[in-house]
Design a protein around this ligand. Structure first.
Ligand SMILES: Cc1cc2nc3c(=O)[nH]c(=O)nc-3n(C[C@H](O)[C@H](O)[C@H](O)COP(=O)(O)OP(=O)(O)OC[C@H]3O[C@@H](n4cnc5c(N)ncnc54)[C@H](O)[C@@H]3O)c2cc1C
Length: 274
């Protein structure tokens, strides 16, 4: 997991609650071999006055410094990395004053700095699948957009996105066989009910389903794994965040859920949120 130090070159508001932060660096070589559509980085926010090593691995920092000096670490999808130009984007959900990364992005300005550890990743749309199902809330829109870009231009894809209301809908570029359904929280919509109501197409599906943890893991996963019978290799599913807890609390919840279910913990399987 190489460490890359970025400078913010500007920001673009994509929707009322999604800001794209444009980043630049002298050396993006750590991204040269990364091919995953859900390519992600661990953003490292140092505590004031605490120096971090030039190269750091956020997975092994614990025990190397006093707990109060440990940086805050948040996971984000890395978009449009251009190794030659040394540029990359990250789209942040601006979800209020709570937390670290969202509020940082809301205030970000040209000249600010950002440390990223990574990239990692796990999912690329399977070109041999008959159709693709892409489901998520705003936090998964960056990865869903990257997945749509990675597909064959004639691919068939059903996309379901949860946003606050019509004026929060992101712009997506769909393949020829693509369709998108936006679900609005303001109208009480839920991803699970819309996905249950979708026309289930013939053939083998490859699915990417990420968003709020309870909604994905306790709502959509049983439907897709048990009722629709999707095997592990057909389904990338996990929470990207959990309502009411920071990413640190969410990591603990995930580890507990995995151990209750008798699965390997997410970190052992190299899952993104670990
Ligand atoms: C692999 C992966 C890729 C991800 N990619 C992206 C991405 O590209 N863009 C993106 O915006 N997020 C992404 N996320 C989600 C992001 O990591 C979390 O939303 C994270 O908790 C934000 O950190 P924070 O410091 O802003 O808030 P935290 O300190 O973690 O949380 C503070 C409070 O805000 C709430 N909160 C956190 N996220 C949201 C949200 N999205 N909507 C509403 N409330 C929220 C929490 O429940 C908590 O109450 C990704 C997560 C994973 C695992």
């Amino acid at each position: 997991m190489p460490t890359t130090r970025f400078t913010v070159t500007g920001t673009t508001m994509l929707t009322p609650t999604m800001v794209r932060v444009h980043l630049s660096t002298d050396d993006l070589s750590g991204f040269a071999d990364s091919r995953f559509a859900d390519r992600y980085v661990k953003l490292v926010f140092p505590k004031p006055g605490v120096e971090l090593p030039e190269q750091l691995d956020v997975r092994s920092l614990r025990g190397t410094m006093p707990p109060e000096d440990l940086p805050v670490v948040r996971t984000y999808t890395a978009l449009n990395p251009d190794v030659e130009a040394g540029t990359m984007d990250i789209d942040f959900v601006v979800h209020g004053d709570e937390g670290v990364a969202g509020p940082w992005a809301a205030r970000a300005q040209a000249g600010d700095t950002l440390i990223a550890n990574g990239p990692g990743g796990a999912y690329t749309p399977d070109p041999t699948a008959d159709w693709h199902l892409l489901v998520g809330d705003e936090s998964a829109v960056p990865a869903i957009s990257a997945a749509l870009q990675a597909m064959h231009p004639d691919a068939t894809a059903q996309v379901v996105i949860l946003v606050d209301s019509a004026d929060h809908e992101p712009k997506l570029t769909l393949p020829a066989g693509g369709s998108v359904t936006f679900v609005h929280r303001a109208k009480g919509g839920s991803l699970e009910s819309v996905v249950r109501g979708l026309e289930w197409l013939d053939g083998r599906v490859h699915a990417f389903v990420h968003g709020e943890a309870e909604e994905t893991m306790k709502g959509l996963r049983p439907y897709l794994r048990t009722e629709r019978g999707l095997g592990r290799e057909q389904l990338s599913i996990s929470g990207y965040w959990r309502r009411g807890t920071s990413e640190d609390g969410f990591r603990e919840w995930k580890a507990k859920l995995a151990s209750e279910e008798g699965e390997e913990t997410p970190s052992r399987r190299g899952r993104p949120g670990s």
